[in-house]
Design a protein around this ligand. Structure first.
Ligand code: ZN
Length: 243
């Protein structure tokens, strides 16, 4: 087991400028993100931002979302904005002739993406990157229901703010977060946290997974609200792909 301390948010990393702290409430809430730093300008000015409220879509092609995840040692950090599982070595997503590697996954409550104005209690983001550096995020909504065994493991090992926890003896598999039906919506968006970088490919699975009320509450006690408000769709089109 390894517990380490992360640099505080905004700390000076070697050769990088200081980026300001941001938050979901108070002085540095989401409406202010774009003013906090020139590096965050897209948060205010970007026209292809996430999350969105999905109210309409067009039928897309039948491109399957092929996920190749396997058990990997647990590495989880509490970064002050969410719980993030990282070091997901050897996990792949293949879609539209692109091979992406899973980098990390994390949680938002309530969900950031909406369906016809409705949020789910939680949303999981599985963040992938391909060889060219392009990002693809698979989003899964979480409804209250049966407990999820993987979540039980994660929450039992969740570290304090600013700390990480690694344990080779605890194996986890991100596949345990995926619903059976792989029908998904796709659109081009952004990171939902500063710097709000665009050209992120979003794949929103239609079928939700469940966590128990107790599991949802346990995360919400750490982070009562860590969801960015809905951004305008503008000229973008959402496509539906049958699984
Ligand atoms: Zn996220």
């Amino acid at each position: 087991m390894v517990v380490s301390i992360l640099l505080p948010q905004g700390a000076i990393a070697w050769g990088h400028p200081v980026l300001p702290e941001w938050s979901y409430e108070g002085e540095t809430h989401p409406d202010r993100w774009g003013d906090l730093s020139p590096a965050y300008a897209l948060c205010a000015q970007g026209q292809n931002q996430s999350p969105i409220d999905v109210t309409a879509w067009v039928e897309g092609d039948r491109t399957p979302l092929e996920v190749d995840y396997a058990p990997t040692p647990l590495a989880i950090r509490n970064d002050g904005h969410t719980l993030q599982v990282y070091d997901q070595v050897g996990q792949h997503l293949r879609i539209q002739d692109q091979d992406y590697r899973l980098i990390q996954f994390h949680f938002h409550t309530p969900s950031e993406h909406q369906r016809a104005g409705r949020s789910a209690p939680m949303e999981v983001h599985l963040v992938h990157r391909n060889g060219a550096g392009d990002l693809a995020v698979v989003s899964i909504l979480v409804e209250e229901g049966e407990a999820n065994p993987l979540i039980q493991t994660l929450w039992e090992h969740s570290p304090k703010v600013g700390e990480t926890y690694q344990e080779a003896a605890v194996q986890i598999n991100a596949a345990d977060l995926l619903p059976i039906d792989r029908t998904y919506l796709s659109y081009m968006g952004s990171l939902t946290t500063p710097p709000c970088s665009e050209s992120v490919r979003w794949y929103l699975l239609e079928q939700a997974i469940t966590m128990s009320a107790e599991q949802l509450l346990r995360f919400q006690q750490l982070y009562p609200h860590n969801a960015r408000p809905i951004r305008p769709l503008n000229q973008r089109i959402v496509e539906l792909h049958q699984g």
